[in-house]
Design a protein around this ligand. Sequence first.
Ligand SMILES: [Zn+2]
Ligand SMILES: [Zn+2]
Length: 415
Amino acid sequence: VEEVSGRLDEAQKTADGWGPISQDPNLADQHAHNVRKFREGLAELQRGVDDVNDQAARFSAHNVPLTPANSAKLHDLNNRWKNLETAVNDRWRQVASRSREVTPLTPAQLASSVSPPWERATTSNKVPYYINHDQESTHWDHPIMMDLLDSMNEFNHIKFSAYRTATKLRMLQKKLSLDLAKLQMATDVFDEHGLRGQNDRLIDVGDMVVVLSALYANISADHPEVNTTLAIDLCLNWLLNVYDSQRTGQMRVLSFKIGLVCLCCGHLEEKYRYMFRLIADPNRLVDQRKLGLLLHDCVQVPRQLGEVAAFGGSNIEPSVRSCFTKAGKDRETIEAVHFLAWVQQEPQSLVWLAVLHRVAASENIQHQVKCNICKAYPIVGLRYRCLKCLSFDMCQRCFFDGRSGKSHKITHPMR
Ligand SMILES: [Zn+2]
Ligand SMILES: [Zn+2]
């Protein structure tokens, strides 16, 4: 508590030192940059505050009451954190509105995401569809999305469903350039567009384009090579496939956020914390219905790739029950600490997300060992070691294919 409190003081001092915002757009850009950096630093402070609260929750779960002094300290810490968060958010809104305005893509710009013989058209509720004038056919999917879904079939040889799904999602994530979108970037864009606390509302395609335009403007600021028009159109296509397959032109704000958060880049635990905050009530508690909504939206991501059977199917009821059972007997609500303890065990409905993060993190790592099956050296990506055979290493490709060796059997446990 003391340590977090000290860091909170430091941060508050910086925030207190903020002067008026310049009218000069260049200086306003500079202000915006500083506040963004500051907010990124706050993510760590938020973890500290969450940890302290988790600790306190664990004590009370074991019937160890906090001393009145400690309880007052914790209360004070949470209040100060909330004030700082509000101050920083206000500051952010001010500087963001003064610095370069992000203009959402116009329909004419979006139309340029395809070239002849293709044409991009929209329904009366602004849902895009694509016409091939050579073949006189129409499709909900962008031609590049069709190619992408097609080329994912090359991963069907992967034996383990969590790895197969994660590998497909990794390909999708890169195609949409969402691997370049930081979690904080995405959540900032949601907040700036008034989506905070609006999770039960519906968002229509027009507003989705506005939010995605802002998100991809942030991405291209760091990565000018990204073709944002195409990426926005593909991302919209994907979100509609996942959450609005009937093309009504609307989806829940919660779904929109969950989809983007699943595929953006960031720490898995921070993603889970953010997801929990999305569904938590003002007392930081979540009931079964809310957890069900969250898991339902998560599971739609693999479902869209036809990969839902291995993750418990579309019925998330058993998953919700397992989380609440783990939290304790007869609980009507859970706290963040219960949810995090449960997801850490990689429950069936979410294991694909954990594996996606592992696959992404290990992608460029080289291990100076040879694969005992295919003899590849060095092993790039995930490295698997048999827990039964002596110094038996396998590359991720051989492991995914479920290959076995002379003495090594597929039933051997691997690490
Ligand atoms: Zn190999
Ligand atoms: Zn073995």
